[in-house]
Write a protein that binds this ligand. Structure first.
Ligand code: PHE
Length: 517
């Protein structure tokens, strides 16, 4: 019976299928973060050393647009899974495209470099949102293990993210760029093998057989794919050969507006013309509200790779035992903390069971923690701006607070979308959820670009203020958003009232634990 909670608990207390999805996603993220660690270095690397020799603004723009594109493509990726292929096949096709992309990067030529990036963007759009949906489907809608399951899945993501720079980064930088990219491709192939072998274990109470579309509909969708790919190719070529004269920053600003309009358009379309009943409409409205706060969160959080890196490079004393370690090493810190903290959070949510804080309260805590991290950085930057470099403890504490915030928001958000999205729009809803990430990445880049104008401490303080205000707003809106999510009704009444009355208590627990790293 579809609504009976699954009793399967053979993978660390979770359904067996979680192991398959955990390792597939681990390898996918390994390949993604492995090549991401190399990308900027390779593009700006001198041609005599095998790099592409691009200037920094061009490389940064390509990097920003690539990372935004990777998450933006989740919307068509989700759509294709909903309408044409189903989630499982979408993950499989996505993995194949990603592996092909990395191997294309492994070939030393500019054409194969750009082709590789495009293949990875398309493949990730198919794989990433849909694999998250498959995780959600392992659980019945009221199964309290769902969020803990997503936390574990998140650990797989970060295990991949942690190993990647070590392996692909070292190979790429020390041996040959293309070996690094090739290693990323090998990782994705391992993920694919894992997925194909473990696919049988993917049944769960929420798993539904995919209903293939009728032939005319399938033909129409295939037509849309060709038109979409054609337009994308024209745009890329137009930009590449300078027919569309836009600077990198103009392009990023334009992309931000386009992404916001797309998200608004999508939610409006679904609410007005999606044929949803009133219950479904409320849930979609709840996702839309949370989407706004998630975008603000990612715009701050994703500065971990931009303004925080610059702070690490220019203002932090990185000399340990007489040796200065590279600023890029701070990129491990977040993944390391995630692996350390996920078990803590998983136990916390499981222990609290029905008493755990509601999703909007967790979001509010997440934003506040991120804001607190930026306050720490503001003080550090103020000190550094007076002359001497500051100790690395400031960044270590800030990344810790940011990671605690991430764990209150990111896996929780994924889990919430799989629970609330109307079944027939599951892929698209997850796709739109990833757009918050795409937007966040783009905004993070634009905000980090303000360092020169506003000073480092000015930027950090501004981000801290926005996050704190957003956290307070989110907390204020928690009641109405919970109402929209359908809690406070029927069977959820009990869970909701206990979590509401205890929200002030447990909700602050991660804050308390995070203040003493
Ligand atoms: N570290 C996360 C990941 O790579 C960031 C992320 C969260 C990306 C949510 C997309 C959506 O998966």
């Amino acid at each position: 019976m579809p609504s009976t909670p699954s009793q399967d608990s053979s993978f660390l207390g979770h359904p067996r299928g979680l192991a398959t999805l955990f390792f597939t996603e681990m390898w996918e993220r390994f390949s993604f973060y492995g090549m991401k660690a190399l990308l900027i270095l390779f593009m700006t690397g001198a041609t005599v050393q095998g790099g592409l020799g691009f200037d920094t603004p061009t490389a940064a723009a390509i990097f920003g647009l690539y990372t935004a594109g990777v998450y933006l493509s989740a919307l068509p990726g989700g759509y294709l899974a909903d309408r044409l292929w189903g989630q499982e096949r979408a993950v499989l096709y996505g993995g194949i495209l990603i592996a092909a992309g990395h191997f294309s990067l492994a070939v030393p030529s500019k054409a194969t470099f750009f082709a590789g990036l495009v293949l990875i963007v398309l493949g990730t759009g198919l794989l990433k949102p849909n694999i998250s949906i498959l995780v959600g489907r392992l659980y019945a809608s009221q199964d309290e293990r769902r969020e803990a399951g997503f936390s574990l899945f998140y650990m797989g993501i970060n295990l991949g993210g942690f190993l990647a720079p070590l392996i692909c980064g070292t190979l790429g930088e020390k041996v040959d760029w293309h070996w690094g990219f090739g290693a990323a491709g090998v990782g994705m192939v391992l993920g694919l093998v894992q997925f194909v072998l473990g696919k049988k274990k993917l049944e769960g109470p929420g798993m539904q057989a995919h209903r293939p579309p009728t032939e005319p509909l399938a033909r129409k969708i295939r037509g849309q794919i060709f038109v979409g790919l054609g337009l994308g190719a024209c745009l890329a070529v137009g930009l590449g050969i300078g027919w569309i004269p836009l600077t990198a920053v103009q392009l990023a600003n334009f992309a931000a507006i386009a992404i916001v309009s797309m998200a608004i358009g999508f939610f409006a379309y679904l609410l007005v013309m999606g044929g949803l009943d009133s219950m479904e409409k409320k849930k979609v409205a709840a996702i839309a509200m949370l989407f706004i706060f998630a975008s603000i969160f990612w715009a701050g959080f994703e500065q971990g790779g931009s303004s925080l890196s610059i702070f690490a490079r220019d203002m932090t004393d990185r000399v340990v035992g007489g040796w200065e370690f590279p600023a890029s090493w701070f990129q491990f810190v977040n993944s390391f903390y995630v692996m350390l903290l996920v078990p803590v959070f998983a136990v916390l949510w499981t222990r609290l069971g029905s008493r755990q804080p509601s999703v909007p309260v967790k979001f509010a805590v997440g934003l506040t923690l991120l804001g607190a991290g930026f306050l720490v950085l503001t003080r550090a930057a103020q000190l550094a701006e007076t002359g001497a470099k500051v100790g690395l403890g400031w960044l270590v504490v800030a990344y810790f607070l940011h990671t605690c915030g991430e764990l209150c928001l990111s896996p929780v958000g994924l889990s919430m979308v799989t629970r609330l999205a109307p079944e027939r729009f599951a892929g698209q809803m997850m796709g739109v959820w990833f757009i918050s990430m795409s937007l966040g990445n783009l905004l993070a880049g634009l905000v980090a670009g303000k360092i020169v104008q506003w000073s480092m401490s000015g930027v950090f303080f501004g981000v801290a203020a926005v996050c704190m205000v957003a956290g307070v707003l989110m907390a204020g809106l928690a009641g109405p958003v919970k109402g929209l999510m359908g809690q406070g009704n029927r069977a959820d009444a009990e869970m909701d009232s206990t979590s509401a009355s205890s929200a002030a208590g447990p909700a602050t627990e991660p804050v308390g634990s995070s203040s003493s790293p």
